[in-house]
Design a binder for this molecule. Structure first.
Ligand SMILES: [Zn+2]
Length: 445
């Protein structure tokens, strides 16, 4: 057995995503794209029979019927059920399966069994199928993505599993760049531990200390009560801390009926804009302007526009205050209200997506803001346009490498976009805003 320093499993599983695959048809779905298990049994007749659990150090070939499902506690990989393609492995004390190959993208299902998703793991070799917590009996805890992950107390036996040694890192953060010094003109990307070329547009200087100036994201009660995280409240105040919930889409100053959000979502946005404002105060290519907030939910949790008989979003999205549309930070505009950051008309037809590279996108402030939205462990996904996504991804790596960002955005960026239309719903309608979706803090703060 081996215990080591603090770590975070959200950070442990890592690989730069091209798309989280988290989107439903419309890309703005609430269920995180998690598939429900077709049944409770995956065909291995496993009844969690633990007769051979424990001190089986590989000397005995276990009866397949006795093997443990993904999500069960284990000491050795030989205890865990798997298939030829996806052999069972014991990862930090929980049964999982090895991926059939390298993850084709972060959270991909194609290398796994359909009830698990593929992520790499820092400090561990190979790609791992992380079981969906709602598809297996999860004896660990559920992370913000709905995966079943070991708790900090879980561990396993390194003599019979290659996946028992935790990555070490301060404050739960894993930084693969700790022992790496890059040549001049390059910086280290913490998600890969690789040296990458420094972008010449990366703002110079070093980040100011802003932690005292930003409000908490978790100043609410996940269990309910008077300060419930789940309570829908009208975004308040309307303008403060680097954001501006100006009236739009038929709202008026006195009737901001599309601006109701869960308290935890409101707190997170306020924190992220405040942090972006403070950190980027000295970036001289563009003065800071308050970030425009768009549609959230209505007071009763319905889709904005429902009151007028015209729901403005696909079914299942923007309900119950989990979602919000937010402008991109821009350059050269009189404000940061929602507007297209790119050309989006082709042959006289609006394509509702960027048809060319963005021209008024403030890439670095947008990336900083998106990065800080990862301060919560319950971020589900952020969706952006397909021509915005790659720019943001690179800018996040640059900001992480230069120390502007230090959270899980650096190891596990939850950014979704579609370069080609894959039917996930991000391809259109995100040229003038990003969409953020939160899950509920099921395990508390
Ligand atoms: Zn939206």
């Amino acid at each position: 057995m081996r215990l080591s320093a603090l770590f975070s499993l959200c950070l442990l599983a890592c690989a730069p995503p091209t798309n989280t695959g988290d989107a439903r048809v419309n890309g703005e779905g609430d269920n995180g794209g998690r598939q429900q298990a077709p049944g409770d049994n995956n065909g291995n007749n496993n009844n969690n029979n633990v007769d051979n659990n424990g001190n089986n150090n590989g000397n005995v070939i276990p009866d397949p019927n006795d093997l443990l499902d993904p999500g069960s506690k284990c000491d050795c990989s030989s205890e865990c059920w798997g298939t030829d393609d996806n052999p069972g492995i014991c990862v930090l004390g929980l049964c999982m399966q090895a991926a059939a190959g390298d993850c084709s993208e972060s959270g991909s299902r194609s290398e796994c069994d359909g009830r698990s998703r593929c992520w790499g793991a820092e400090g561990l070799s190979g790609s791992i199928c992380w079981p969906d917590a709602n598809a297996y009996d999860c004896e660990g805890s559920t992370d913000g993505d709905g995966s079943c992950v070991p708790t900090a107390e879980d561990s396993c036996d390194s003599s019979c599993s290659d996946f028992c040694v935790r990555s070490e890192g301060g404050g739960g953060d894993v930084n693969r760049c700790d022992s790496i010094t890059c040549p001049d003109g390059q910086l280290c990307d913490p998600s890969s531990g690789q040296c990458i070329e420094t972008d010449q547009n990366l703002p110079a200087g070093s980040p100011p200390d802003c932690e005292r100036d930003v409000p908490a994201f978790n100043d609410c009660d996940p269990r309910g009560g008077a300060n419930s995280c789940a309570e829908l409240i009208q975004f308040n105040p309307v303008r403060s801390l680097g954001y501006w919930d100006y009236p739009l889409n038929g709202e008026t100053v006195n009737d901001q009926y599309r601006s109701w959000a869960r308290r935890d979502l409101m707190l997170l946005i306020q924190r992220a804009t405040a942090a972006t404002q403070c950190l980027s105060e000295d970036w001289d290519y563009q003065a800071y302007q308050d970030l425009g907030l768009g549609d959230m939910s209505e007071r009763d949790g319905s889709i904005p526009g429902t009151r007028e008989g015209r729901p403005g979003h696909p079914p299942g999205t923007h309900t119950n205050g989990h979602d919000m549309d937010i402008a991109y930070y821009q350059v050269g505009q009189r404000n940061n209200w929602l507007r297209s950051v790119c050309e989006h008309v082709e042959n006289g037809q609006d394509q509702y997506r960027c048809t060319a590279d963005p021209v008024i996108l403030d890439v670095y402030r947008s990336a900083l803001f998106i990065g800080r939205l990862h301060d919560t462990p319950y971020l589900r996904v952020i969706g952006v346009d397909g021509k915005v996504g790659p720019l943001i991804r690179n800018a996040v790596a640059q900001l992480c490498g230069a120390g502007w960002l230090r959270n899980s955005a650096c190891s596990r960026l939850k950014l979704a976009y579609e370069v080609e239309d894959q039917g996930q719903g991000w391809y259109r309608f995100h040229h003038h805003h990003l969409h953020i979706s939160l899950s509920a803090p099921t395990n508390g703060w």
